[in-house]
Design a protein around this ligand. Structure first.
Ligand code: SOE
Length: 401
């Protein structure tokens, strides 16, 4: 036990780049703004380079370091492993951690393939029998405006879903001279825009509508197939010593979709939308209304109520910063707004709450497998040039939150 008689939750995190920094911010901040049922301890940060991981631990607020993630599994003071590494390591680390009795938070997408995701769901189901739980890190669900959108759909305020329109637009790869990173290597990342950012809009729209994508017709494109190797990395394995290397993933992904409720969807994910930095845009058109959200204006939800008299009908702009809105009461007064990092803090709040309550958190690994099946169907559809069903069950334990 620890302060105030709360059970301790020791966290060990693997990786300390962009996601590691965002998760660290969340582990540091959640206990200070929310009354958590467990006492979170940022116990250990794991990374291969001792000097670099020690510097990261000091900067990000971790109590100790390990140079091998396996060491986290043997530590009695680590109760949860937070996986913030590229996709090719998710399955190995998450399965080993679950089998060692550690709860797991794993970054998205869950895995680099359906087979890996299925193995992770099997490990999560087995671990859940022992009270050990797992979550996949689709954080945009935890933006208050997205939570409001889901509630309005669930309350029937837009009626039956007819259209799902979803875009995830970034432009950080528009420069053909931008060097190769692991995100452009299929072996490391599994796919490009499709899995990295397309996964987010698949999860987000399934979360908001409460429906599943049942079939897809996809198109993938790689605009720049060869890129410079980052200076200093030329000659490393895989580059053949050249100054350039191949891009082995998609730069952009587009697909049509059929929804389980009978509606239709249009999806687009790209790293080449010049001028769009992190524009996650969803619009849901229903039989009685519509919702529209843009992450670049993330504290606002647009709602159209078709029951309004025509003379005064129109999209209303809801500023989602009232204490009644999900998570907002813990932060600032109305109108002050939240940012990208707050969704990661909300993720920690809900994960810790689920662990304390003995619930499988949402999104669970089964929810992550559901997304992986859609990504896989899009990829196969793009290869074959045809419509494909999204195969199979999504695993036995959908999350609760
Ligand atoms: C891609 O650039 C990326 O970092 C994604 O990997 C994250 O999931 C997203 O939140 C921000 O953009």
């Amino acid at each position: 036990m620890t302060d105030a008689g709360r059970r301790r939750l020791g966290v060990g995190m693997v990786g300390y780049s962009f996601m590691g920094a965002a998760h660290s911010q969340a582990w540091r901040t959640a206990p200070r703004f929310f009354d958590l049922p467990l006492a979170v301890s940022m116990t250990a940060l794991a990374g291969r380079d001792r000097d670099k991981v020690a510097a990261a631990a000091a900067r990000l607020g971790w109590d100790s370091v390990e140079t091998d993630w396996h060491a986290l599994l043997g530590r009695a003071d680590v109760d949860l492993v937070d996986v913030c590494t590229p996709g090719d390591t998710h399955a190995e680390i998450a399965i080993a951690a679950l089998e060692a009795g550690k709860h797991v938070l794993c970054e998205k997408p869950l895995a680099n393939s359906v087979a890996e995701a299925e193995a992770m769901v099997a490990a999560a189901d087995a671990a859940a029998e022992r009270g050990v739980v797992a979550m996949v890190g689709f954080t945009y669900r935890r933006v208050p405006a997205v939570q409001l959108a889901r509630r309005l759909v669930a309350d029937g305020r837009i009626g039956a879903v007819r259209h799902v329109r979803a875009q995830y637009l970034q432009d950080w790869l528009s420069d053909p001279e931008a060097p190769l990173t692991w995100r452009m290597d299929k072996q490391r990342a599994g796919s490009g825009a499709l899995g990295d950012i397309g996964a987010h809009i698949v999860d987000l729209t399934q979360f908001v509508t409460g429906e599943a994508i049942t079939s897809v017709s996809g198109l993938l494109e790689t605009f720049v197939p060869v890129r410079p190797v980052a200076t200093g990395l030329a000659g490393l394995s895989g580059t053949g010593g050249d100054e350039t290397g191949p891009v082995t993933v998609d730069d952009a992904a587009c697909f049509l979709a059929r929804m389980s409720g009978g509606g239709v969807g249009v999806y687009e994910a790209t790293r080449y939308a010049q001028g769009r930095k992190n524009a996650i845009r969803i619009e849901i058109n229903g039989s009685r209304g519509a919702l529209a959200f843009d992450f670049e204006d993330m504290n606002v939800l647009h709602f159209f109520d078709a029951d309004e008299p025509a003379a005064t009908a129109g999209f209303r702009r809801i500023v989602v910063t009232e204490p009644e809105h999900a998570y907002v009461a813990a932060w600032w007064p109305p109108g002050h707004g939240l940012g990208y990092e707050h969704a990661f803090t909300h993720q920690v709040v809900d994960l810790v709450g689920a662990i304390a309550a003995g619930n499988v958190p949402a999104p669970s690994f089964a929810d992550g497998l559901a997304v992986q099946r859609v990504l896989d169907a899009v990829e196969r559809s793009a290869e074959k040039g045809c419509w494909l069903e999204v195969d199979g069950p999504t695993g036995s334990r959908r999350g609760r939150n």
